[in-house]
Structures are given as C-alpha cells and as structure tokens.
Design a protein around this ligand. Sequence first.
Ligand code: KG4
Ligand code: ZN
Length: 323
Amino acid sequence: MLSNVIASQAVHMQYGGVIPELASRAHQQNIVPVVDTALKNAGLTIDDVDAIAFTRGPGLLGSLLVGVSFAKGLSVAKHIPLVEVNHLQGHILSHFIDLPDEERPHPDFPFLCLLVSGGHTQIVRVTAPLEMEIVGTTIDDAAGEAFDKCAKVMGLPYPGGPVIDRLAAQGDADRFHFAKPSVQGFDYSFSGLKTSFLYFLRDRVAEDPDFIEKNKADLCASLQRTIVEILLNKLVKAAREYKIKDIAIAGGVSANSGLRNAIQAEGEKRHWRTFLPPLKFTTDNAAMIAVTGYFRYLRGEVSPLDVTPEARIENMLGEEHRA
Ligand code: KG4
Ligand code: ZN
C-alpha cells in the first residue's frame, strides 16, 4: 500500500444514521480530491496505474454509482482496465494489504474470518484469496446495527459503535444482563437483543428518568460484553467444526476493543493464530478494495464497461448477478 485516503462523512452524525442521498452527494464532492490526494501521497501519476479497482456492491446504490461512474470515466480516458470488487471480500482481504515499511503476517488458507460491519455479520471460510464461502450469517440485524441502534436508544450519536466502545471502558460489564439468541448452526441473530435492551431501558426510565444518564458506562459495557459473547460463541463453534486455527476478524466492528481483547484471549486459550486488522483497515477504506482488485487482476478478471453496481449481492463473488 502506497497511500490510503479516507474521506469521512460527518454529515450523517446530525441525523442519527446514514441518509443515502447525502452520502452519494458527499461521495460526488469527495471523489476527485480523494483520488488526487491518494496519487500525490503515493508519489505517482495516473499514468503509473495498471488497473482501477472499484466497489461493485453490496452497498448503497447512489454511493456505488458515484464510484462505478468515476472508475469507468477514468478507465476510458486513460485506457486502464477496470476491476470490480465485492465490498465484503475487500474487508476480508484487508489482511493481505502489505505495507512498504512493515512486515505483516497473513493468515494461512484455509482460515475463518468473522466479518462484522454495519450491514453484515458473517463467518466466512476462506480457502484462497478469492475462494470463500459463508458458513454462518445473521438472520436479522448485523452486529454493527445492534451497536448503532442500541446507542440511539441511549441518545448517543451515530455511529454508536465507537461511542459505546469508549464508554464501555469505564463501565461494569457484568452489571446488566440482556437476552441472548438461540439460533441454529453458525447463524447469528441480534434483533432480540435490541428489543430486550429497549424494553429494559423503557421500564427503568419509567422508574427513574435519569436512569440512562446515571448508568451509561455500565449499560455500554454490559451491552458490548453481550454482543461480543454472541459473536465469539458461534466463531468458536465454527473453528472447532472446521478444525481451523487461523482466525481473523474484519469489518467496522472489528475495531471494537472488547471484541479484539476477547478474540485474543480466546485464541491464546485455543492455540489459534488470531489476525486483528490495524484500526485503519477495519472501517471502510480503499486499500482493501485495491488489494482485492489486485488479486482479481492477477487472474485476468477485468470488468466490461457496461458493468453496473449492485446494492445487494448474495453470492460472495457476485458473478451470477451480472445483468
Ligand atoms: O465496515 P463499516 O465501516 O461499514 C459497513 O460496511 O457497514 O462498518 C461500520 C459499522 C458501524 O455500525 C459502526 O458502529 C461499527 O462499524 N463500528 C464499531 C466500532 N467502530 C465502528 N462498532 C463497535 N465498536 C467500534 N469501535
Ligand atoms: Zn464495510
């Protein structure tokens, strides 16, 4: 990786969630300066570039359209091949981003990756850079959504995950107990926890209107412990079932310090090699898209100019969904 520029969108904070229309407008404003800065930081010009990787999906259509259209324009103007990338593969393959001044260990194949983001919660078995299968997935909310929605109930700003993480550090994680799901196999569910949290607060606030304010840290710590326990429980089960000891986490929620500590501790107990992405590669970033595009480019997988973005891609590779 020679450079990695991220334009965060502060605009969503004041609305308590991502407004798709505002997200795509912000992308439109940011994309030219961000690409320009990325090239400058790398000490390159566009003529040094061999391929342009872009996110085809899954994601918000308006935002994807900005990236796809920009990538196409650049590809045509400069005669540079286009390579489509699946956003979720990008998160997983962030473990293969190499840095010029730092040796990074990579997981060996096959490895299991717990992919936890705002939109997805999956256990993925990865057998080669572009060969992967989902062995478990959430049947309702994603883990990031559980963090964000519960944060909203407590009146915390969006995105709630990092705020809960910070407040949890000062709280008692065993103070409160919330419902944990019982779901078959390696699948997850988070909607019951969200409802349990909501009802619990509603009852307590009825008795004491300042309940949330007085107990914020303990609430965050207890909620975070519950989410982490749910996540780890199935991951441990899957690792045992598939007899895999290289275990990675990826996605925005993999920044969570409770999850990182718990995975590390569990790994030591079970003799796993655990792979925690550096924080800069946990939330959405371009480097993970670039490294995935690199693997595809090596296999000669170049996209046609009529490629379209896809908001939902069920298949990990997304190939079936080409119109
Ligand atoms: O991967 P990501 O940047 O975007 C998606 O593809 O969804 O993930 C965003 C999610 C949000 O739900 C956010 O609250 C969560 O990641 N997140 C965290 C932390 N940092 C980001 N959740 C818990 N603890 C954190 N430290
Ligand atoms: Zn993401």
